[in-house]
Design a binder for this molecule. Structure first.
Ligand code: 13P
Ligand code: SF4
Length: 303
């Protein structure tokens, strides 16, 4: 990618000069994921790495809730996101006021929220989870009934893995909800040897067609360890590009659904972020204290 090279050099030089660390989600494009990220991973890995960051500046290459999570865990550090508009359809599906209303409707029922939520929502819940520890977090509460929000499909996946009764919300990921079971079945009928692996934000009929379900990091690990001849990763499609660069022996079949929010993060914007120290992520201190406790409870579980 010759046109990326000057940006990559400038970002890496400035990163060192400023004492910054770049945390990148698995959905970043390959030139970000492979060439400027110090740490790349799924939401849980990035949250844990944020607690270990000893740089003064964190540049979050991901969406806004991820940058907020880094700020919650590093209140003294400057957390930058290269484009403040990088949102998430799950995070925008619910507000703190919605959670307070749910608490009134279901008094005493513990509330688990997916990390794909705003700090306002995290401030109102009992504990946070990610797609890689959702079942363990729900079961850790020792309750018969749990409110699990905002992702209806991740909630359905958790319900399929536990005896705990799950009450949920109607949030959806705008990327994963586009896949259909019929589409996957057509790929499998055309090539019965194909392995299909899917993120749990997909609808239940999609997961029913999958050979394996897991968080973005677990999907990557699966490909690296199983080394299938042909695989379809049913998730945001930059991830297949990133893994393909490391597994040339595997053929990726890709119906491509991109996350428009993740794709707002580009090399020029990362450079601008480091040059001009923007956009800084801030959280109201009173909300931050309560939201941090929900994230910390999840990390302390060491799931
Ligand atoms: P992971 O935690 O699996 O990386 O998922 C985050 C996300 O936004 C998936 O769409
Ligand atoms: Fe949100 Fe879906 Fe984009 Fe992930 S892929 S950030 S869940 S909209």
């Amino acid at each position: 990618w010759p046109f990326h090279a000057p940006y990559i050099k400038a970002i890496n030089d400035l990163k060192r000069e400023r004492g910054a660390v770049i945390l990148a989600h698995n959905y970043m494009t390959p030139e970000i994921f492979h060439c400027v990220a110090d740490v790349a991973g799924d939401s849980l890995q990035l949250a844990i790495e944020a607690t270990k960051a000893d740089a003064d500046i964190i540049v979050q290459c991901g969406v806004h809730f991820m940058a907020e999570t880094s700020k919650l865990l590093n209140p003294e550090k400057t957390v930058l996101i290269p484009d403040l508009r990088a949102g998430c359809s799950l995070a925008s599906s619910i507000t703190g006021a919605d959670v307070r209303a749910l608490r009134e409707t279901y008094p005493g029922v513990p509330i688990v929220a997916y990390v794909n939520t705003s700090a306002d929502v995290k401030a109102e819940i009992d504990i946070c989870c990610t797609s890689s520890n959702a079942v363990a977090v729900v079961e850790s509460l020792g309750a018969d009934r749990v409110i699990f929000l905002p992702d209806e499909y991740l909630a359905a996946y958790v319900r399929s893995q536990t005896d705990v009764e799950i009450i949920t919300w109607k949030g959806h990921c705008e990327v994963h909800e586009r896949f259909t079971g019929a589409e996957l079945k057509a790929y499998r009928d055309a090539d019965p040897a194909i392995r299909i692996i899917a993120h749990p934000e997909c609808p239940p009929d999609v997961l029913a067609e999958a050979d394996f379900t897991g968080s973005t990091a677990k999907l990557i690990d699966w490909v690296k360890s199983e080394r299938p001849d042909k695989v379809m990763m049913v998730t945001e499609c930059s991830m297949a590009d990133n893994v393909a660069a490391e597994t040339p022996d595997v053929t990726f079949v890709r119906p491509c659904n991109l996350c428009p929010h993740m794709k707002r993060i580009t090399l020029p914007k990362i450079l601008d972020s480091l040059v001009n120290m923007r956009e800084e992520v801030t959280i109201d201190p009173e909300i931050a204290t309560r939201a941090r406790a929900s994230v910390q409870r999840m990390i302390d579980l060491k799931t």
